[in-house]
Design a protein around this ligand. Structure first.
Ligand code: HEC
Ligand code: HEC
Length: 407
């Protein structure tokens, strides 16, 4: 079945540098993750909310931090974030390192500062030794090192293989006929795969799926009404361990989630173009979908799979000469182009979705606002060099532009 290849697991974890995943750095990150000295009252660690026995989630709709008041959003699990394009439900952090500052400094969560956290752990001689081993090039207990160690540990949290993966690899007997029927619905009539795609079951994009509530999600981050109520598509791995579900923790079971897609969607102008409208599923089909979702979870509390790191090439791909780029199927095509400074680049929304073309660069700051299907935008690059164009709603979309000097 052609679909199997679309869900094949990677063999290694992407890193920017081999030292990012040294055993000493991972071990330090694990200790810091469980260290309550990172919180203002010395009682709360990352692990207090991201419990390894609950797939690094917390088992409640809305958790509580040191302030004792319910948090604004549900605590997500932490599997497979090494591949994450953005972090948080609204994607407001661009890396795990940047993300880790968030909970430490959030007054409702750990209520401290990274500066104070550094002071707290550096008074401990064993921690000073662990930092020196983890960062031989810059052996201090510093803010950057603390955040980098936490991120290193998180990059090792790769969810283990489940029966679904055995089936993907060719073991036809690994899934029951009910689960297979669920998979066919997932990739077919129910339309789940338009957003829950790839081995992690996420397109890394932001969608309004019609849950109740006033939280603006991605829209507030982008300042873009078209992205109001849109949240990052969560991965669907190990969900058996992470109930309740959704950014607000409002759905208690996978049955309730499936029912939401059938009859719970609130009609709003911001609903995702990828969301199936008027979906109708029999009781049997709903049960099949839930059975399939459960086949993406381990039978016992999951333990991280250990994958070797692979250093990602940082040099941009050579581009083709072009002045027009398509956006069909949430993809810039071509994905890497060359043009001459001063020439207009036309980006055509020939897709079915709203896009938000952005360049965040000191030489050129560009924001198309809501680019609806049919809309074209034209960008002009004045200075030579490499630029990255992205979409604020679908950050997996990447266009590399190499601008050469006008003769
Ligand atoms: C008080 C509970 C609490 C604590 C403590 C906490 N978190 Fe979280 N974490 C959350 C919540 C809630 C969110 C979602 C917030 C949002 O999206 O706005 C979150 C989100 C995250 C995410 C983003 C996951 C994703 O899928 O985008 C990561 C990574 C993370 N936390 C790591 C950490 C680390 C590292 C620490 C310790 C430094 C930590 N958390 C401490 C509750 C907590
Ligand atoms: C339009 C894109 C889209 C489609 C189509 C879609 N989902 Fe989702 N899914 C999301 C987003 C976005 C969320 C998180 C929404 C939120 O919290 O506001 C989500 C959340 C979920 C969750 C909860 C995961 C968690 O950790 O909280 C499950 C389970 C799920 N979807 C299953 C499905 C199934 C089954 C289908 C097909 C019937 C489906 N989805 C179709 C985008 C989509």
């Amino acid at each position: 079945m052609a679909w199997r290849a679309a869900f094949a697991r990677p063999a290694s974890v992407p890193v920017a540098d081999a030292a990012d995943l040294s055993p000493a750095r991972i071990e330090l990150g694990r200790r810091l993750f469980e260290d309550p000295r990172l919180s203002a009252n010395g009682l709360l660690s990352c692990a207090s909310c991201h419990d390894s026995k609950l797939s690094f989630a917390d088992g409640v709709a809305l958790g509580k931090g040191i302030a004792g008041t319910p948090l604004a959003r549900h605590t997500p699990m932490l599997w497979n974030l090494a591949w994450g394009r953005t972090l948080f439900w609204d994607g407001r952090a661009a890396s795990l390192e940047e993300q880790a500052r968030g909970p430490i400094e959030n007054p409702l969560e750990m209520g401290s500062t990274v500066t104070k956290a550094v002071a707290g752990v550096s008074s401990d001689a064993t921690m000073r030794t662990a930092f020196a081993a983890a960062f031989p090039e810059r052996p201090q207990v510093s803010e950057d090192n603390l955040l980098a160690a936490l991120a290193a540990f998180e990059r090792t949290l790769v969810s283990p293989e489940t029966r679904f993966d055995h089936w993907v690899k060719g073991d036809d007997g690994a899934l029951t006929s009910e689960e297979l029927a669920g998979f066919r619905l997932f990739t077919g009539k129910a339309g789940c795969v338009s957003c829950h795609s790839g081995w992690r079951f996420t397109d890394e994009a932001f969608h309004d799926i019609g849950l109740a509530g006033e939280d603006k999600g991605r829209g507030a981050i982008l300042g873009l009404a078209a992205a109001d109520h849109a949240f990052k598509t969560p991965s669907l791995r190990e969900l058996a361990w992470t109930a309740p579900y959704m950014h607000d923790g409002s759905l208690a079971t996978l049955e309730e989630v499936v029912d939401h897609y059938v009859s719970g969607v609130r009609d709003r102008p911001t609903l995702s173009a990828d969301l199936p409208r008027g979906l109708s599923l029999t009781a049997e089909e709903r049960a099949q979908l839930v059975a399939f979702l459960n086949a993406l979870s381990s039978d016992d509390p999951p333990r991280a799979a250990s994958l070797p790191p692979t250093v990602q090439a940082s040099a941009p791909e050579p581009g083709v000469s072009a002045t027009t780029v398509s956006q069909k199927n949430k993809t810039f095509a071509p994905g890497s182009i060359r043009l001459v400074a001063g020439t207009g680049l036309t980006i055509v929304n020939d897709d079915t979705r709203t896009h938000n073309v952005r360049v965040d660069d000191p030489r050129l700051a560009y924001n198309s606002a809501a680019q609806e299907p049919g809309d074209k935008v034209v960008l002009t690059f004045g200075e030579p060099g490499f630029y990255t164009v992205t979409c604020g709603i679908h950050p997996q979309m990447r266009l590399t532009v190499e601008v050469s000097r006008a003769e």
